[in-house]
Structure formats: C-alpha cells, structure tokens
Write a protein that binds this ligand. Structure first.
Ligand code: LLP
Length: 406
C-alpha cells in the first residue's frame, strides 16, 4: 500500500491526507508516483536478462498522466479498445510499443490500429484475421499480427478473472491455432509475427505460467512457424493483505530466460495490476453513521460506482482512517456506499478506530481496476484522480461535472 501513518495521521509519502482533503472534494483516487516507478522498475529488473518489451495493460488504469509517466519509464501499452488506443497515443506511447488485444474488435477499431501501425494486433479468431487482411489490403498494408493461443491452463485464480481454459471465450485452441497457421499462408496482407497468451489475473503461483510456457513450446514446434515475438500477457498477482501469498517472479524469470534461449523470440509482457495495484487509494468522507440492529453502518460518499471490485468480485480492500483515534469501536461495523443496492458495501470489521461523521477514510490498493471500472450508476459523476509526485499534489483528472452526464 502507498500510505503510512506518522503518529495518528495518514500520509502518502510525506504529504498528509488531511492537507489534500482540505483542498479537494471527496471521493478521489490518490496515487503515489514513486510507487508506480518502483513497481515498474522492479518488474523490469526481474526480466532484465531477456530485455522484454513491457506493455502496461491500460485497462487496469487508463489515466493519461499515469500512462505518460509510464511511457517515460520505458513502458509500451496493451490496449483493448479504440478509446484505450487513443489514450495510449495521447500519452505519446510509440505505436511500435503498442499491442492491441481483445476478442471483439470492430472494423473501425481495427482500421485505426492498422493506420497507426501498432506493433501487433493480437488476433483471437480466424474471422478477425480475415477482416484484418481485408482492411489491410484496402489500405495497401501488410499488418503484423499475433495469434492468441488458448493454452487450456487453469490459472488457479478467481473464476471471473480466469481466461485460459478450454471453455473460455479467449484465444484459439491449439488445434485451431495450427489450422490457422497453415491456412493463413495465402493471406498476403497479414504477417504472423507473434504468439500471445494471457491466462488470467491476480495469479499468485508460477505453476500455471510454467504450463503455459510448455504449451507455447509445443505450438512453436508443431506450427513450424518462426515467431518474432512471444507475448506472455499479464496476470501477476499482488498482496492485498500482508498475509496474502506473494508471487515468485524471480522463479518465473528464470523459466522465461530459459524459454527465450531456446526459442530466440523477443519477449513481451502485459502487466497491469502488478504495476499500479498497490499505488492508489480511494479517499472518502463519512457522510453518516447509523446503527441498524446490532450493526454500525459507516456510510461513505464513495459507492460501488466509484469502486466496483467488492461488489463485483467480493474483493476485500482494507480501509484505514485518515486520523487514527486512540479510542476503538467494537461490534459489527460495515463500511457501505450511498447507492441504492445492498451490494454497495466495502468491508466489515469487528473492531475499528473510533470514527465520526465528516471524517475521512481511505480504501486501499485500488490503483488497478479501480477508476477504470467506475461508472455513472445512480447518475453520479466520476471521481477525480490525484497523484503525488516529489511532494507535489497534482490533479490528473477533474471530477466529472454532473451537467456532462445529464
Ligand atoms: N493482457 C490481457 C490480454 C488481459 O486481458 C489482461 C487483463 C491483462 C493483460 C492484464 O492483467 P493483470 O496483469 O492486470 O492481471 N477487473 C478484474 C481484472 C480483469 C483482468 C482482465 N484482463 C479485477 O478487478 O480483478
């Protein structure tokens, strides 16, 4: 997490959260630039020996200022829509460092990617490849594509974020992959440059990655195709709580090194959560506190529209108070949002630092799939986003105006 206490007060690096809420209305996302930089460099260093291209997965956090900072650190982008592609380009990420994934890319999305000459369009069906060939022919281009393999590997993660199994909608199963490699030989306006995979998200064990590398080895051998790139996707899990299992990336990097020596392909990664997950918090004000039955409800001004993961995946994100009290409240305590749904709830505690209406709390580790999953449900404007960089407080997205959504 990017927050720490100094005495009773919560800080992000050396800036107190109190000083930020004084000038900015809640709820807002609050990021630490230093943490983003450390995570990116740390990730790159694990794999330094294979000099990978790291394409940050924009779906995890698509704030253009954050993308710009990542670009300055050397990152490319993994995008899945026209909007994400335009954001990556706005952040001045070189198209030669952009890969375009997704199962249902439309004509106009493909046209834009082809026109911008992105490094790879990672194709997920034979129909998509035919369409890319057709559009490229009209535009008089040869487009570089990757084919996404469905390696039929169980990522041992939440079923809702698992993507590499036989019955999932992603990629081509090996039989179809091989058939396509053969039949595509007469498609003159595409060039198969890569194999791509992505087996799921919040993965904490290396075993599924190992099985995936083996599946790729097999396909390379059987397809008798020379691939310039192998795009190994993302999925690296983080510790949401201290006791959560830590993924052994060092171990994985050894496997990747060996794999690269054998295959001689250039390696691409698409990490999202690992780079930004623990860099952000959602700061929120306590609107009311009430007791129903035996439970204290702490009603926040942030709701499931601002931060969806608990409602959608039953994800647990720790909540901390901006000013800790020496007094505690014991009993059933539940932090909830203002939305008219019972799933609009964040976390339950049995014991918490004493809280009052009007005080502030922070929901932690929301840097990935936080802001990007938010919505206008209940006609609520999107929250603002703030980053702390070298002691400076910078608003990197203003709160949406209600007039924009009416
Ligand atoms: N590449 C592809 C093709 C992907 O589909 C994804 C994530 C990534 C890379 C990045 O995965 P990461 O390194 O962040 O795990 N909303 C869910 C996560 C969905 C992930 C979807 N795909 C959540 O909040 O847990």
């Amino acid at each position: 997490m990017s927050l720490n206490y100094k005495g009773q007060n919560l800080f992000i690096e050396n800036t107190s959260i109190k000083s930020i809420v004084r000038k900015n209305n809640t709820p807002f996302y609050l990021y630490s630039y230093k943490k983003i930089k450390d995570n990116f460099e740390n990730f790159y260093n694990y794999f330094k020996k294979v000099s990978p291209l790291v394409c940050f997965s924009v779906k995890s956090n698509s704030n253009v200022s954050i993308l710009t900072e990542l670009r300055k650190l050397g990152s490319g982008a993994d995008v899945v829509s026209e909007g994400e592609l335009l954001k990556a380009l706005r952040a001045k990420i070189n198209p030669k460092k952009i890969v375009f994934s997704g199962v249902g890319k439309t004509d106009s999305e493909l046209r834009l990617a082809i026109k911008k000459r992105v490094l790879l369009i990672n194709v997920e069906s034979e129909s998509e490849a035919l369409l890319i060939n057709k559009i490229s022919k009209k535009m008089n281009r040869v487009t570089s594509i990757g084919i996404r393999l469905n390696p039929n590997v169980d990522a041992n993660t939440l079923s809702k974020i698992s993507t590499g199994k036989l019955d999932s909608k992603f990629g081509l199963l090996s039989k179809n992959f091989l058939r396509f490699c053969k039949s595509s030989k007469n498609l003159k306006n595409i060039k198969i440059n890569a194999i791509s995979v992505h087996i799921g998200s919040q993965i904490t064990s290396i075993a599924p990655y190992k099985r995936t590398l083996n599946a790729i080895r097999k396909i390379i051998k059987l397809s008798k195709t020379n691939f310039d790139y192998v795009d190994l996707g993302g999925g690296f899990g983080i510790q949401y709580k201290n006791k959560d299992k830590k993924i052994d990336i060092k171990n994985y990097s050894n496997l990747v090194q060996k794999f690269q020596k054998e295959t001689n392909c250039k390696i691409i990664f698409e990490p999202g959560r690992y780079i930004v997950g623990n860099t952000g918090s959602l700061v929120s004000r306590i609107v009311f506190i009430k007791k129903n039955g035996k439970k204290y409800f702490i009603i926040l001004d942030a709701g499931m529209n601002d931060f969806m993961r608990p409602a959608l995946y039953n994800a647990k994100h720790e909540i901390v108070s901006v000013s800790k009290s020496k007094k505690r409240i014991a009993g059933n305590i539940e932090f909830v949002g203002p939305i008219c749904e019972s799933t609009d709830t964040f976390l339950k505690y049995k014991n918490f630092s004493f809280l009052k209406e009007g005080e502030y709390v922070a929901i932690t580790n929301v840097g990935a799939y936080g802001s990007t999953l938010s919505s206008n449900y209940n006609t609520r404007p999107l929250a603002s986003e703030i980053i702390i960089k070298k002691g400076k407080i910078k608003v990197i997205r203003k709160r949406q105006k209600i007039s924009e959504i009416i």
